[in-house]
Ligand binder design. Structure first.
Ligand code: AMP
Ligand code: ZN
Length: 472
């Protein structure tokens, strides 16, 4: 059984389905105003590994992940580009799906959007108004009164004394995002403002639009009920987003909201926070232009322990490429040793779960708070001592299925180790130049260019009539 850290209790707890069969969980989805960056994808990939470990461990799942298609950012960008909100967000929703597929993330079972659930959000505000947890302010917007919910701050472990809910009576936050030191009544329904353009809806409190926090309460309630098994997002969502969600859901609908809170620590780039001004906000497309595959990124994101910051570097991507090649070569040798056996697929491994055998320590690490780097360590030490060619077909098949159990739990995409790999144009140009230098017997130049290729992560093997490039 998977044991996982729970933000609310501050302890590692077993992940349990209330009905013993299907784990029902909610993940906050992307805000579709631009391409998601690799930090966002750290969270989505870790959530995917979580789901795979749960499913391969024998539970079914119901995975709900929303699309945030109405908020300050989607409205601002769609207006700036002169596009209708739905036309604009459809572009980035499609892009998100394409990137998720490239990263081998399983699609959620339900993917509701905020714009598709305006009526449900209005219903929730009505309930909060009726029960005295919300009020309309002089600017026409509706706010949640946090002093009406004594448990406010429990998830984020806000200091109860410092918080002193009584003092929040006259402070309000109408922006979607704010910091811990500005705990305040937060907006549920934003009154229509000129900068929102045509993006407003009628409501009992006048024209306007929902605040960001409201959508996840409305959609988790609709698809998972008032108590469900687990809720997840990046650590930046603990406060205020998830704190506000808990307050809204519990006050409007009763129930416990989520029983387990699972948060993913942030990804940093070269040791620094990602930001546009530092120019270190990579997208999948930018990495592809530099010659790095989504499979390598998946390895980097899935292979780091989710409770520690992950420091993304391009050299880490090169290491990931060679690690994947090593795993792929081992898989291919095992396949050769059991030629009649079926290719093990994710679905098939769920249906007929293999005994992990020598990979049991790796599986145990996965179930121990998703310790993926430790699991990979066990995989690499196990494969060192296995010689596929010496196994009987039955042994090779059992070993391959056990190996693939771990590979599939991590969602790693193994390349064909013998396939001709895509060589980026700039690398090809250096290699051609080196080949020409060799033909002219300019050994010094050829050596220098070989060094240059090695720095870029490529090895060049010279043949009689040409050369072959491999990832170093
Ligand atoms: P957003 O599209 O901004 O709503 O974010 C989508 C998901 O990415 C949320 O779960 C965020 O918490 C998460 N996220 C944002 N930045 C990072 C980061 N640098 N590292 C990991 N997760 C992140
Ligand atoms: Zn959310």
């Amino acid at each position: 059984m998977l044991n996982l850290f729970d933000t609310q209790s501050g302890a590692i707890k077993p992940v349990q389905a209330e009905d013993g069969k299907t784990l029902r969980f909610y993940c906050c989805g992307p805000t579709v105003y631009a391409a998601a960056h690799i930090g966002n994808f750290r969270t989505f990939v870790v959530q995917d590994v979580f789901r795979r470990v749960v499913e391969l461990g024998g539970l079914r799942t119901k995975h709900v992940r929303n699309i945030t298609d109405v908020d300050d950012k989607t409205i601002r960008n769609s207006q700036a580009q002169g596009k209708a909100l739905n036309e604009y967000t459809a572009i980035w929703t499609d892009k998100f799906h394409t990137d998720c597929k490239a990263l081998n993330c399983l699609p959620p079972h339900v993917e509701p959007s905020a714009v598709g659930h305006i009526a449900e959000q209005i219903e929730l505000v009505k309930l909060l108004m009726e029960k005295g947890h919300a009020y309309q302010s002089e600017d026409g917007s509706v706010y949640f009164r946090i002093s009406s919910y004594p448990d406010y701050g429990r998830l984020a472990h806000l200091d109860r004394q410092e918080l002193d809910l009584g003092k929040t009576a006259n402070t309000r936050a109408d922006a979607d995002e704010y910091e811990k030191d500005s705990v305040a009544d937060f907006v549920l329904w934003k009154a229509r403002r000129p900068e929102d353009g045509p993006n407003y809806w009628p409501s009992p409190w006048g024209e306007g639009r929902p605040g960001w926090h409201l959508e996840c309460s409305a959609m988790s309630h609709k698809y998972l009920g008032d108590t469900f098994d687990l809720h997840s997002g990046g650590v930046d969502l603990i406060f205020p987003h998830h704190e506000n969600e808990i307050a809204q859901s519990r006050c409007a609908c009763g129930g416990e909201s989520a029983r387990h809170w699972f948060h993913v620590t942030h990804l940093l780039v070269d040791g620094a926070k990602m930001s546009k001004s530092l120019g270190n906000m990579y997208t999948l497309d930018q990495l592809a232009e530099m010659g790095y595959s989504p499979a390598a990124l998946r390895y980097v994101l899935a292979g780091a322990y989710y409770r520690r910051p992950l420091n993304f570097t391009l050299s880490g991507m090169k290491d990931a490429t060679s690690a994947l090649n090593k795993l792929a070569r081992f898989d291919k040798e095992l396949a050769k040793a059991c030629p009649a056996a079926k290719e093990p697929t994710y679905r098939d491994l769920i249906k007929n779960r293999p005994e992990p055998g020598v990979f049991q320590p790796a599986w145990d690490s996965l179930e121990d708070d998703l310790n993926t780097p430790e699991a990979l360590g066990h995989v690499f030490s196990a494969i060192k001592s296995i010689k596929p060619a010496e196994l009987t077909p039955a042994e090779a098949e059992a070993t391959r299925r056990a190996f693939r159990l771990i590979i599939e739990a991590l969602g790693l995409q193994l390349p064909d180790p013998d396939a001709e790999i895509d060589v980026p144009a700039d690398i090809r140009a250096i290699a051609d130049e080196r080949w020409a230098a060799r033909q002219q017997k300019d050994w010094a130049k050829a050596d220098a260019l070989r060094g240059r290729l090695a720095e870029l992560g490529w090895a060049m093997k010279d043949g009689k009539d040409g050369y072959k490039l491999t990832k170093a």
